[in-house]
Write a protein of this length. Structure first.
Length: 325
């Protein structure tokens, strides 16, 4: 069921993109704000309680519906439920329209439009970045978006399915990302989180993303330039130990041979705005890496889609092995 649910969710999302993303983010933000307002008084244990209620309660509802449908209605209805939840939690179309529009503007030489679109996606840009810097930021933003909207969801959905939790793993991963972003906003931007809630949300997001980021990076290495990707991965793991975003961007840089210094300076897309933390650049580049060019955008698209195909093939083989075993 896991493989077929992912496959059908991806196909449906490509044919008919999910249009309820803004509504879901609004509901999610209201839910998190309500939890923080009612359960967050600043103590360390209350940070744990807030995160647990905000993320695990919806996941519990998803598990309950999954098993209720499977036991009382039939496995096909549970399959439909899995597809529906995946359709809402993953998908290229939740971020790819930005990439497509910015890429088209850059290819046509309209840098002003590209700059405006990039700013709408990532938030305020420092100064007026040139063409190479816009391509660099677009690659970083797109890779992080692909990981969080596709591969990270893949990983936690697969783990949840193996444990009999249906699509609950995908729900926890997406809420964990939003919880970390929502609590990280300033008070003026609408945050109601205490330092304890912010700290625990940040820790839990690091935990949730630790394995998915490494699986995504390994996938990029396999379908891209393996040796160079692993080399930069290893070097940035030493330079920025524990920085998941840095590892992902370093692996991407090696996979397609592009200079993407400052891999920790990832600008999150809405609704994750407000988390831009610029890191000092380093000499992690190498002679085989080229400055960002328009051709690298096509390389990123190919890298992501080849990794998706690899994921689906692996899941299909695992499903077949379970059936035959």
């Amino acid at each position: 069921m896991g493989f077929l649910s992912l496959l059908f969710a991806l196909i449906i999302e490509q044919v008919r993109p999910f249009t309820g993303g803004v509504r879901l983010r609004t509901w999610g933000g209201s839910w998190i704000d309500w939890v923080l307002e009612n359960f967050d008084a600043g103590a360390a244990r209350q940070g744990i309680v807030c995160w647990s209620i905000a993320a695990l309660l919806p996941a519990g509802v998803v598990i309950a519906i999954h098993w209720a449908l499977a036991l009382w209605v039939g496995w096909f209805s549970a399959f439909i439920w899995n597809v529906a939840v995946l359709y809402a939690t993953l998908g290229f179309r939740q971020f790819s329209h930005y990439f497509t529009e910015i890429r088209s503007a850059l290819e046509s030489g309209d840098e002003e439009t590209a700059r405006r679109l990039l700013q709408n996606w990532t938030g305020q840009l420092p100064g007026e970045p040139g063409r190479a810097e816009m391509i660099r930021r677009l690659v970083v933003q797109s890779v992080v978006g692909a990981h969080r909207h596709v591969f990270g969801v893949f990983t936690w959905y697969s783990l949840g399915s193996l444990l009999g939790m249906g699509p609950a793993g995908a729900v926890v991963y997406r809420i964990g990302a939003y919880m970390q972003a929502r609590t990280g906003l300033t008070t003026d931007a609408g945050s109601h989180a205490s330092a304890a809630a912010r700290g625990f949300a940040r820790q839990m997001w690091w935990f949730l993303d630790w394995l998915p980021v490494r699986i995504t990076a390994m996938g990029f290495a396999f379908v891209g330039s393996f040796e160079e990707s692993i080399d930069l991965w290893r070097r940035w793991e030493i330079l920025r130990p524990g920085d998941n975003d840095a590892l992902l961007i370093a692996a991407t840089a090696g996979a397609i041979g592009i200079q993407l210094e400052e891999p920790a300076g990832v600008v999150m897309a809405a609704p994750l705005a407000g988390l831009d933390e610029q890191a000092p650049s380093s000499d992690a580049g190498s002679h085989w890496q080229k400055p960002p060019q328009i051709g690298h955008l096509a390389a990123v698209v190919g890298l992501v889609w080849r990794t998706v195909v690899m994921w689906l093939v692996l899941l299909a083989l695992m499903t077949l092995a379970r059936l035959l075993g």
